[in-house]
Design a protein around this ligand. Structure first.
Ligand SMILES: [Zn+2]
Length: 492
């Protein structure tokens, strides 16, 4: 399949047959599907039973080589380890993995069955990872959601998965909303999309951040699929049971809210939700099932209790105190900052004060600046930071702008790239197989027009993301001059 894609791209008549370009996506999805038919599962570290009908325990064996070798030649290599970038390097791809990385000048005798992606003007770096997305989020407009039938919502979500892959996000963790079916659709090649890790729902106390019950007595949590449970639980036993229920429905991680938020009507970001005993029980139950715990917490006692019970990551932490951040660093608890969502809310409100609910307009000023100061403080005291956006609440397929916001808030471009590649992979428990471009790693990569180390904005420009490869399969690639692009258009 890859070999044919290479021939198409090199074909002199390609510019007259623009429909062939779109077939890259279709061919890639078919390649994914044919792999699924063989006894292995994308990602390689799924627990038994997560992939339908397939029992895979621990690191999988490589399938026998079915696809020809591909070679990626790039002008600049940023390999995601933090090492100095190197010029004129080549990656040898065998099947799903990177077999070798070496200077382009040292390549010889590639053979006839090799697809060569020769782009000396482009930068290659690992595919980016968003560790906090809400792909199934239809937006904050309740009336619009009421007018969205479930089937339309599912198809839109699939489209957003493809859009998100095309901007260079090759893996993401969904922080509530996506059910197991979408993940299976990507793994089975039904739709092109990033590698998914799902939490299904926010486990919330009654009336908490994730409880969408409205004063009228109806929930605004619609359309909701049967594979996404109600997230409300109260009391230690019910909290344990809720974690088990979410695990039963296929969650890769457990999402809990222990404070209020900006985007929810009840309680502020410093309001504690759940008790210490409830949280301890949920973390214990999740870890017993081998699932990491991600906690929505902004500050105050709801954040402090996370530091006592061994949660894996704290999302937002916008109002954390300096001592909280120091403890996070000491304990190795990850921070997922999600600067994108407050940035976008601010922009919307500046443009139109009526564009968001009044409670968001009231809470945002108390969070925006201190969140950015805390980001810098977290960086200084050595908290592990992984990129996350809260996409969904701010629209879709704009995730890569987070790299720009992280640089504006104090990171170097290299730090923001590492937070979005190697660190994200570590947080997902895939640090030994994803996130860097080294021999033996899965071949997830992007090729960018420009040097992100001198201008980070180039990674956030979808038009500059010229090639996207996931699992050794090309989903997006440059089009010859003059050809009309028929790929799904990424929203502005
Ligand atoms: Zn979120």
């Amino acid at each position: 399949m890859l070999w044919r894609i290479g021939l198409l791209s090199a074909h002199p008549d390609f510019s007259d047959r623009p429909h062939l370009f779109f077939r890259v996506s279709l061919a890639a999805a078919m390649a994914e599907a044919s792999r699924q038919a063989r006894p292995h599962c994308e990602g390689g570290r799924r627990a038994s039973g997560v992939c339908p009908g397939i029992a895979v325990e621990g690191p999988e064996e490589d399938p026998p080589m079915q696809t020809p070798t591909a070679v990626i030649k790039a002008g600049l290599l940023i390999n995601g380890t933090g090492a100095r970038p190197e010029r004129n390097m080549a990656l040898i791809i065998e099947g799903r993995k990177i077999a070798d990385v070496r200077p382009t000048a040292s390549l010889s005798n590639l053979g006839d069955m090799v697809t060569v992606y020769d782009f000396p003007q482009l930068t290659v770096m690992p595919g980016m990872i968003d560790t906090h997305d809400h792909l199934a989020h239809l937006g904050l407009d309740v009336k619009q959601r009421m007018n969205t039938p479930p089937s339309l919502a599912v198809l839109q979500t699939g489209r957003w998965a493809t859009d998100t892959l095309m901007i260079g996000i090759t893996s993401f963790r969904d922080a509530a909303g996506v059910d197991l079916g979408l993940k299976m659709a990507v793994e089975q090649g039904v739709i092109p999309g990033p590698r998914l890790f799902i939490s299904l729902v926010i486990i919330t106390q009654t009336g908490g951040h994730g409880d969408l019950m409205q004063p009228c007595g109806l929930s605004s949590d619609f359309p909701r699929l049967p594979g996404v449970p109600d997230g409300a639980a109260d009391g230690v036993d019910a909290c344990r049971r809720k974690v088990r229920e979410v695990v039963r429905l296929g969650a890769d991680c457990i999402k809990i809210a222990t404070t209020g938020g900006v985007g929810s009507p009840r309680g502020g970001p410093m309001t504690r939700q759940f008790t210490l005993d409830e949280l301890r029980a949920m973390v214990d139950e999740a870890h017993a099932a081998g699932k990491p715990v991600m906690v929505h917490a902004h500050g105050g006692d709801g954040l402090k209790m996370c530091l006592q019970v061994g949660v894996d990551s704290i999302e937002h932490a916008a109002l954390a105190e300096p001592r909280d951040l120091e403890r996070m660093a000491e304990l190795g608890i990850w921070l997922v900052p999600t600067l994108s969502v407050t940035q976008r809310m601010k922009e919307w409100l500046e443009r139109d004060p009526q564009s968001l609910p009044a409670y968001i307009a009231a809470k945002l000023p108390g969070v925006f600046d201190v969140q950015r100061r805390n980001f810098k403080k977290a960086l200084e005291c050595g908290v592990k930071i992984a990129m996350g956006t809260d996409a969904g609440a701010l629209g879709h397929a704009q995730n890569t702008k987070e790299l720009v916001y992280m640089v504006e808030a104090g990171m170097t471009p290299m730090q923001s790239i590492l937070a979005s590649t190697r660190m994200g992979a570590e947080l997902l428990g895939m640090g030994d197989s994803l996130g860097t471009l080294e021999p033996g790693r899965l071949a997830d990569l992007v090729m960018i027009d420009g040097d992100p180390l001198s201008d980070i904005a180039v990674v956030a420009d979808p038009d500059r993301v010229k090639l996207v490869m996931k699992n050794g399969i090309v989903y997006k690639m440059p089009v010859p001059q003059g050809a009309r692009v028929l790929e799904p258009k990424v929203r502005a």
